[in-house]
Design a protein around this ligand. Structure first.
Ligand SMILES: [Zn+2]
Length: 447
């Protein structure tokens, strides 16, 4: 019944690649806030070319786009994507211009091609194939495409609160995914939450000659001492009550993760390490990967960082930290605990200058929609999905929790280098992912 749709996808692959290239040429870097409306408008045109009823919703930040095809079916399938990308810097590490897409050895290189413009275009192209071949869509379709995913989806709650009626579907496909290190297709059923904070210390009115370090206090040392109290050397986080609300993995989740081949040796080799943190391996390594919260230093800044030496006693120091949170941990609660921890250890002068965050969310591993996605994957890729109960990464899935059971699959692969120079996708994954969406739409009518 969907043969013509699949044939259309094959015959029009080049057009889909051109659409993707056009979207990748727009440097919609959310962190810089440039070109956001331009990217949103192109996404609108792509949706309209697939007969999707598209709307652009202004927010206090980048616009959110919705799309809908209501065929009066019983079931509705939703897609969540984003048109923003990470900064491309450092440019010198790219082998081609990050905003001029280039195909080399079966891969398409561009900033955002994997995360997540390739997914966005593959999903729109799959819908277009139904429309262009006059094949009746057996499900209603909805899109939510935002422009601030890479900077914490700050204004998505504003849109969702104003459009609660729209956030409802029988199944949803989340933005990212692809094949793992062994080439097998993976599905991610959840996302961790996150709390991001910036700590700042200022001890002098201005930088001083470093000879004064014998009588003046050092801001970077003060910050390093404060940071040193957050963890012990086995990586145990020492903030009072930090682990209190961690929900343990369920029996079904444990069963799912114990089945996964983590390819420990290959992953260690990829990162150039002899062993994982605390020599973790086997089931214990997996339990940490899927269900450990973290306290991570993303960056520390102070003093002179240029070539050679400059003897200076810096007045100020700052650090950027992220805490990945698992289900039931609340970012506001963790923020209070971080503040309480600093005060208790005598670091009331270390300021939390800035923070943002949101909680974790998961679709249950035994949800029937997961099976539907798996069947579609088997029909196109010829093997069952590797089911991850959650990703170790974060995303605003909590906003859809209880309204749309989301599964994350996509066009990427282990070597896609998302957020890094030379981001790329395999054209073949992009092609087959479009077909997987078409088959999923068919499978959804039997669910
Ligand atoms: Zn990303």
């Amino acid at each position: 019944m969907i043969e013509p749709v699949l044939d259309y996808i094959d015959e029009n692959l080049d057009d889909s690649i051109e659409d993707l290239k056009a979207l990748c040429r727009i440097p919609s870097v959310a962190a810089k806030g440039d070109h956001m409306v331009e990217a949103a408008q192109l996404v609108m045109r792509l949706l309209e070319s697939a007969d999707v009823d598209a709307s652009l919703h202004r927010t206090s930040g980048a616009p959110v786009i919705t799309g809908e095809i209501n065929v009066g079916a019983d079931k509705t399938l939703m897609f969540y994507d984003h048109y923003d990308v990470q900064p491309a810097e450092p440019f010198e590490l790219w082998d081609s211009d990050p905003f001029e897409p280039e195909i080399r050895d079966g891969r398409l290189y561009a900033r955002g091609v994997a995360d997540n413009k390739g997914d966005t275009v593959s999903r729109i192209s799959a819908i277009k194939a139904f429309i262009e071949t006059d094949t009746k869509l057996p499900v209603n379709i909805k899109f939510v495409i935002e422009g601030e995913e890479e900077i914490g989806s700050e204004h998505l709650p504003e849109f969702i609160n104003a459009n609660k009626h729209f956030i409802k579907a029988d199944g949803g496909i989340w933005e990212f995914g692809g094949s793992g290190i062994d080439g097998k297709q993976e599905a991610w059923l959840g996302l961790k939450g996150i709390l991001f904070v910036q700590l700042e210390v200022e001890l002098l009115s201005h930088d001083s000659h470093s000879s004064n370090a014998c009588v003046l206090p050092s801001a970077p040392y003060r910050l390093v001492w404060a940071l040193g109290t957050f963890k012990d050397k086995t990586d145990r986080i020492l903030i009072d009550g930090f682990y209190d609300d961690v929900r343990p993995l369920s029996a079904e989740e444990k069963e799912a993760i114990y089945k996964i081949d983590f390819h420990e040796g290959r992953v260690r080799k990829f990162f150039g390490i002899d062993s994982f943190l605390n020599s973790l391996s086997g089931d214990e390594l997996k339990e940490h990967y899927y269900n450990s919260p973290t306290c991570n230093i993303c960056g520390i800044g102070s003093g002179y960082l240029g070539a050679g030496s400059k003897t200076v006693l810096p007045a100020k120091a700052f650090a950027k930290l992220d805490f990945r949170l698992v289900e039931d941990m609340n970012p506001d609660d963790i923020l209070k605990k971080v503040r309480g921890h600093l005060d208790k250890h005598g670091f009331s002068d270390v300021k939390i200058a800035w923070h943002e965050g949101y909680p974790a969310a998961k679709t249950p591993v035994n949800h029937p929609f997961v099976e539907v996605v798996d069947r579609a994957n088997q029909r196109v890729f010829g093997h069952p999905l590797v089911i991850h109960p959650t990703s170790p990464g974060s995303g605003p899935l909590y906003l859809f929790k209880g309204h749309v059971p989301m599964v994350s699959i996509g066009v990427g692969d282990f070597y896609s280098r998302v957020h890094s120079p030379n981001e790329s996708i395999l054209i073949d994954n992009f092609h087959r992912s479009m077909k997987r969406i078409a088959v999923l739409i068919e499978e959804m009518s039997n669910y």
